[in-house]
Design a protein around this ligand. Structure first.
Ligand SMILES: Cc1cc2nc3c(=O)[nH]c(=O)nc-3n(C[C@H](O)[C@H](O)[C@H](O)COP(=O)(O)OP(=O)(O)OC[C@H]3O[C@@H](n4cnc5c(N)ncnc54)[C@H](O)[C@@H]3O)c2cc1C
Length: 503
């Protein structure tokens, strides 16, 4: 195989032209090709730039400075002979990918997930979105697939790691479109990711993985040397040789239980804010002059006395009610694969250092409960951005996509004086970067669950620093933020267990 870089096609060209381009470059007929990377070059005319893996006869004769030999590394784990049992608590991205690898390697894997399987979960979430009836165990945060299931399913991360290819291969093997493997900002959408996650679970079940859905782990049994021996649920006790904990950032009950049994947990900084919504056309005009059909993204950063930034931007998406506790309000963003709502949304968050709170969970819950008390319903709190800047409160310039409705609220009352000043400076800065950001936008919130307020500290071998056999992972442990980084963390922990089993 050969790796051929820097093949350019104009954005309106048919991708089928790639084969002719490659053959022209090599002066040879090729057997096949696979796109490895596709990026947009918007410096002059808009172009897509491709790297492709090419299968051609007598490949050595084409190798040059520009064309390299390509050998794909096999990233699958070794199959080992083991009778060890791994219990995995939480079936979000970290739980999915740790179980996937450990099943591949031959371990007995038992997964506990407090939420339901996707089909049932979808019904519960839709009921909440339509009728405002929340199931605290089955919602946007909890259930098969974890928090990323009702999401934009952006598969992006700034981490560079060879296992990203492994993750994308697994997603494609179980039904994702091939293009996620090479697009610069791969996006799947909630409709597609749900199907893929269900396929992965079915595959794991076929390969011997034991699943306990609707079964929350409520306690842990340790021996005298602080080594975890069993997990406890309402249905029974289960012995394990390794316990992997991928509980996400909203599992306050479980964190309290871990604190009670003395697991070392430390606080960490968080961020709070709101979602902004804009006509997608405003964002597209600025990004590419409307020359390509995709709904465009943005990434905004402001470094004032505190950082303010856009987070989890969802082009053509919806703002969703993402609470898991009754009588609270939490917003987040989701989109379908077509990203065709016509509205762009993104969280705008300000950093909250841990010096500003005692217990991060209680700090966030207080904000979420106060929002509910103000709204006296699950309607989100909303304001035009320009009204926020001018200390006014008028009807929204367009209705929010948030399905449970909104009530007008003056966000000047939401932040401390200092944070208010910084947020307003940031919005003025964002308005320079995206003209019309203030004039044409609305804010909807509050957004409080962008990251976990604690870290379950682990040692270099992935184990809790004071509790043996306990392997915290993913966002809830403070070692990931986003789908891909949590998948990677699940793999990191699985690899440690596999290597341990090999010794
Ligand atoms: C609406 C929304 C949109 C998002 N969009 C994106 C996006 O587009 N791209 C992106 O990269 N990231 C996105 N994220 C963030 C991403 O989903 C999370 O970073 C990721 O899911 C965290 O993975 P995790 O494995 O650590 O935990 P989670 O996905 O949070 O999963 C944890 C699971 O553990 C279960 N659990 C908790 N406690 C227990 C217990 N005691 N017993 C049994 N089960 C338990 C929960 O029910 C849950 O299913 C989004 C998040 C939300 C909420």
């Amino acid at each position: 195989m050969l790796l051929v870089n820097d093949i350019k096609l104009s954005v309106d060209s048919n991708e089928d032209k790639l084969q002719t381009k490659i053959e022209k470059l090599l002066h040879a007929k090729i057997n096949s090709y696979e796109i490895k990377k596709k990026s947009l070059d918007a410096r002059k005319e808009l172009l897509y730039v491709y790297s492709v893996i090419v299968d051609v006869d007598n490949e050595d004769k084409y190798v040059s400075n520009k064309i390299k030999k390509y050998i794909k590394t096999d990233l699958n784990p070794p199959h080992i002979n083991t009778n060890k049992t791994v219990c995995i608590v939480g079936y979000g991205p970290s739980g999915i990918f740790s179980s996937y690898r450990l099943v591949q390697a031959g371990f007995k894997v038992i997964v506990f997930e407090k939420g339901k399987r996707i089909n049932e979960r979808v019904k519960d979430v839709e009921k909440f979105f339509k009728e405002g009836i929340l199931d605290e165990d089955s919602n946007v945060q909890f259930g098969e697939g974890g928090a990323g299931t009702f999401s934009d399913a952006k598969l992006t991360t700034r981490i560079k790691n060879q296992y990203i290819d492994y993750i994308l291969d697994v997603f494609v093997k179980h039904g994702c479109k091939q293009s996620i493997k090479y697009e610069h900002h791969p996006h799947v959408g909630t409709d597609e990711i749900r199907k893929v996650i269900k396929n992965i679970t079915d595959y794991l079940i076929e390969n011997g993985c034991e699943f306990h859905f609707s079964e929350e782990v409520t306690d842990f049994i340790l021996d005298d040397s602080r080594c975890i021996k069993k997990v406890v649920t309402k249905k029974g006790e289960y012995a394990c040789d390794y316990l992997l904990l991928g509980i996400g950032h909203s599992a306050y009950n479980t964190i309290v239980k871990l604190q009670e049994i003395g697991v070392y947990i430390e606080p960490k900084d968080i961020a709070i804010g709101f979602r902004v919504e804009h006509p997608q056309s405003l964002i597209d005009t600025r990004q590419t002059n409307n020359m390509i059909e995709e709904a465009n993204e943005y990434l905004l950063r402001y470094k004032g006395d505190k950082g303010v930034y856009s987070f989890c931007m969802c082009p053509g998406g919806l703002v969703v009610p993402a609470m898991s506790d009754k009588n609270t309000i939490v917003t987040n963003g989701m989109s379908y694969s077509k990203r065709d709502s016509g509205i762009a949304n993104s969280a705008i968050l300000i950093q909250v250092p841990m010096s500003e709170f005692n217990d991060g969970y209680i700090y966030l819950k207080t904000i979420e409960s106060k929002a509910y008390a103000y709204s006296n319903s699950y309607k989100a709190l909303a304001q035009n951005i320009k009204d926020f800047m001018n200390n006014e409160l008028n009807e929204l310039i367009f209705p929010s996509t948030y399905c449970l409705g909104t009530v007008l609220y003056d966000y000047n009352n939401f932040f401390s004086k200092k944070d208010l000043r910084i947020i307003k400076e940031a919005l003025l800065d964002f308005d320079k970067k995206i003209p019309g950001f203030i004039e044409h936008g609305i804010m909807v919130g509050p957004e409080t669950r962008s990251s976990c307020p604690v870290r379950i500290k682990r040692d270099e071998f992935g184990q809790s620093i004071n509790t043996k056999n306990l392997y915290p992972m993913g966002e809830g442990a403070g070692y990931g933020g986003g789908i891909m980084s949590c998948c990677l963390d699940g793999i990191r922990i699985a690899n440690i267990i596999i290597n341990d089993g090999n010794i």
